[in-house]
Design a protein around this ligand. Structure first.
Ligand code: CTP
Ligand code: CA
Length: 227
């Protein structure tokens, strides 16, 4: 039956997914982060498990319980996430970068709490490594690599730019300017862009739905595109 086929679509395959925000420490009590809830990444992990995969989730700090039979690796900073990602990616058939990785971190993490000073304070930030680009650049055992793009404008153009520049196989574009969708919501709407096995440009519009329903569609589209 259809259900049996779906439940075995990813049998014998390993998927690694990054999820949630990263936290970049400023001092022992403060950090820079963002509003990512981790819900989309966790929904993808559950969907991949339902379709028969072995699933690793590399998780930033989130308020979500670990789904059953999923290997969860907790990380805090972008650099910790990159280290875990590079360790697991080459053992994975598919890598999905769903995390909202902080683009910058403090140039120096203070070992003591920063004291209140004058009326202005300047923080010096330095660029974090690009986790998914480093996975996509693996030359040995490179997984099929899927990114997300959160955009507030020029969604298709920016997303397709990331697909190309980061050397990804697929990108899931997210218009985060739509009220009630994306960050911190249970619902989302996405457009997937990828290259098929012959290198042809492909596109799939997934209209507004729950993140769990979208996750099933994304995982099925990935499976059909890469196996
Ligand atoms: N990403 C990553 N490491 C980073 C930044 C982003 O792995 N340091 C990944 C995200 O997990 C996502 C994709 O790259 O899969 C796109 O993230 P996004 O923030 O939309 O793109 P950026 O390249 O950071 O560009 P910008 O924030 O300027 O739009
Ligand atoms: Ca970014």
């Amino acid at each position: 039956s259809n259900l049996d086929e779906n439940n075995t679509l990813l049998q014998g395959k390993t998927i690694t997914i990054t999820a949630g925000p990263t936290q970049e420490a400023l001092d022992p009590v403060r950090y820079i982060s963002n509003h990512s809830s981790g819900k989309m990444g966790y929904a993808l992990a559950i969907a991949a498990k339902q379709l028969g995969a072995t699933v690793n989730i590399i998780s930033g700090p989130v308020n979500l319980s670990t789904p059953e039979d999923i290997n969860r690796i907790n990380v805090s900073s972008a650099r910790e996430m990159q280290q875990a990602a590079l360790e697991l990616a080459s053992q994975s058939d598919i890598f999905i970068g769903c995390a909202a990785v902080a683009d910058y971190r403090a140039a120096d993490i203070q070992t003591q709490k920063i004291k209140k000073q004058g009326d202005e304070i300047t923080l010096t930030l330095v660029k974090n490594p690009d986790v998914i680009a480093s996975v996509a650049d693996l030359t040995k055992n490179r997984p099929f690599t899927v990114g997300f793009a959160a955009e507030t404008q020029n969604v298709a153009q920016y997303a397709q730019g990331k697909l190309k520049n980061k050397n990804l196989n697929m990108i899931c574009a997210n218009d985060v300017s739509q009220p009630g969708l994306g960050f911190n919501s249970h619902r989302n709407a996405l457009t997937l862009y990828w290259y098929d096995k012959s290198g042809k440009d492909m596109q799939l519009n997934l209209p507004e739905n729950t993140k769990q329903a979208l996750a099933i569609e994304i995982i099925k589209t990935i499976a059909n595109a890469c196996f």
